[in-house]
Design a protein around this ligand. Structure first.
Ligand code: GLN
Length: 486
């Protein structure tokens, strides 16, 4: 019987590939047959690129044979369907881009391809990354590998579920208000949202440009460090990408955290927090303390205003970014008696309900007479939230908090009530408003067997200390190595 390679992390697979104990083609074939068998039930992949993946695998094999590999050569990845991929359909889980084949690669995809990574296909998400459950997908919801009656979280739900169910080695996601960290928490994997500007957004289809960041979802912290290192860095094609040198993110892993000051934000432990989530998070804090970290109580006093400010800023930016889908430039078009009718029909049929709601909200918030009351006010609140974090960094080096108020809800439980869904983002969106990095690491399980993550946040470009803390927790956590029986 052939060995199974599909459950290995990047860090454990790469040396075996380099030693040529297994070939990228073998690993890719194994993953493709798992996808064929399991995707119908989990609905994780929107597009599987069998031929492309096998061709890339053969190329990787040749490169490894020449001894020219990188740690990513021959590693099969899943890509959130919001990152454009040359020649490979990119839908943003929307009808309006159902048949869109991009003529170029997003910078992150191009960089990973150059290093020899393999793209298995494009994975499911909330339409245009708007949502927290992957139920707002024109291709139907993904299902959580820990219990298929439950959501994966979102919007990078397909990425998180693909990693958890061993339908890829690691995945790319995007995080505008929690979309990497929250599904990572719900699916029991690691998800890292880098500092705004750390990773190029060129070729990331824009939702809310001042908040969007690309990042990795992985089986372990070391892989997140590895992928970030491979993706990060200045890109002249993204004017908001930071000209800041990329450190070796593997360097801080394994350093002890004795004396590290870990801030615990008081406002993140309020009324709406599920007791099982609180218990798991408190357990993780105790573990960090046991490793020598010092817990410090911190206040982030403007937390209560984060949801309101975020949903004004994000929808305002979305309403502007999504204006380009007019039935002329991209594939989907619905006819009308005149130009305006054609626009209206195309956009009404092409966008789902949540996307239309947000375009309307955002347009309203930006319109004359309301701009000062909503958009400007929200921008001012954003500054206050950023200052809350700046004050915190004077007292601690990282912050630790829950990711989501509950474990993954059941399918259908939240989607009917948009406001409750928005409120469930309370612990993740401030990070995007402030532009700082954050990671979700598995730290516990509910009694029903659903995973719970701990969120570790750091100052701008503080990924090294965030990863160091996450790695220390991962190595010590009891939940280490627990996998879904799916
Ligand atoms: N749930 C948030 C929203 O719907 C965040 C989504 C995201 O990070 N892309 O906007």
């Amino acid at each position: 019987m052939s060995e199974s390679w599909h459950s290995l992390s990047i860090s454990s697979l790469a040396p075996r590939l380099a030693r040529r104990e297994v070939s990228p083609v073998e690993v890719t074939e194994q993953l493709l047959s798992r996808i064929a068998a399991q995707n119908p039930a989990l609905n994780v992949y929107i597009t599987v690129d069998e031929d492309g993946a096998l061709a890339q695998a053969r190329e990787a094999e040749a490169r490894l044979a020449r001894g020219e590999g990188t740690p990513l050569t021959g590693i099969p990845l899943a890509v959130k369907d919001v990152l454009v991929t040359e020649g490979l359909r990119t839908t943003c889980a929307s009808r309006i881009l159902e048949n869109y084949i991009p003529p170029y690669d997003a910078t992150v995809c191009a960089r990973l391809r150059q290093q020899g990574a393999i793209f298995l296909g494009k994975v499911n998400m909330d339409e245009f990354a708007m949502g927290s459950s992957t139920e707002n997908s024109a291709f139907g919801p993904s299902r959580n590998p820990w219990n298929p009656e439950h959501i994966t979280g979102g919007s990078s739900g397909g990425s998180a579920a693909a990693v958890a169910a061993d339908l890829c080695v690691a995945a790319l996601g995007s995080d505008t208000g929690g979309s990497i960290r929250q599904p990572a928490s719900h699916c029991g994997v690691v998800g890292l949202k880098p500092t705004y500007g750390r990773v190029s957004r060129y070729g990331l289809v824009a939702y809310a440009s001042s908040l969007d960041q690309v990042g990795p979802l992985t089986k372990e912290v070391r892989d997140a460090a590895l992928l970030l290192k491979a993706m990060a860095g200045y890109d002249p094609r993204d004017s908001t990408s930071a000209p800041v040198a990329v450190p070796d993110y593997l360097e801080t892993l394994g350093r002890d955290i004795k004396g590290l000051k870990v801030g615990v934000p008081r406002e993140y432990f309020g009324g709406g927090l599920d007791p099982e989530v609180e218990a798991a998070v408190r357990g993780a804090l105790a573990t960090l303390e046991g490793l020598g970290a010092e817990l410090v109580e911190i206040s982030l006093p403007h937390t209560d205003y984060a949801v309101a400010a975020y949903y004004i800023i994000a929808t305002a930016e979305a309403s502007s970014n999504l204006a380009r889908y007019d039935g002329v430039k991209y594939g989907f078009r619905h006819s009308g008696a005149n130009l305006l009718e054609m626009y209206a029909h195309t956009r009404t049929q092409g966008f789902g309900a949540e996307v239309r709601r947000r375009i309307m909200l955002g347009t309203y918030a930006l319109s004359a007479g309301y701009y000062e009351a909503y958009y400007r006010k929200a921008s001012q609140v954003r500054t206050l939230i950023r200052r809350d974090f700046e004050a915190a960094w004077e007292r601690c080096q990282v912050l630790a908090a829950p990711v989501a108020p509950t474990p993954a809800p059941r399918l259908g439980e939240l989607v009917a009530d948009p406001l409750t869904m928005y409120l469930s983002d309370i612990f993740t969106i401030s990070v995007n408003l402030a532009g700082i990095p954050g990671i979700s690491v598995p730290c516990g399980f509910s009694r029903a067997g659903l995973p719970i993550g701990l969120q570790i946040l750091g100052p701008p470009f503080g990924e090294p200390v965030v990863l160091q803390t996450a790695y220390a927790l991962e190595q010590a956590a009891e939940v280490r190595g627990r996998r879904p029986s799916w």
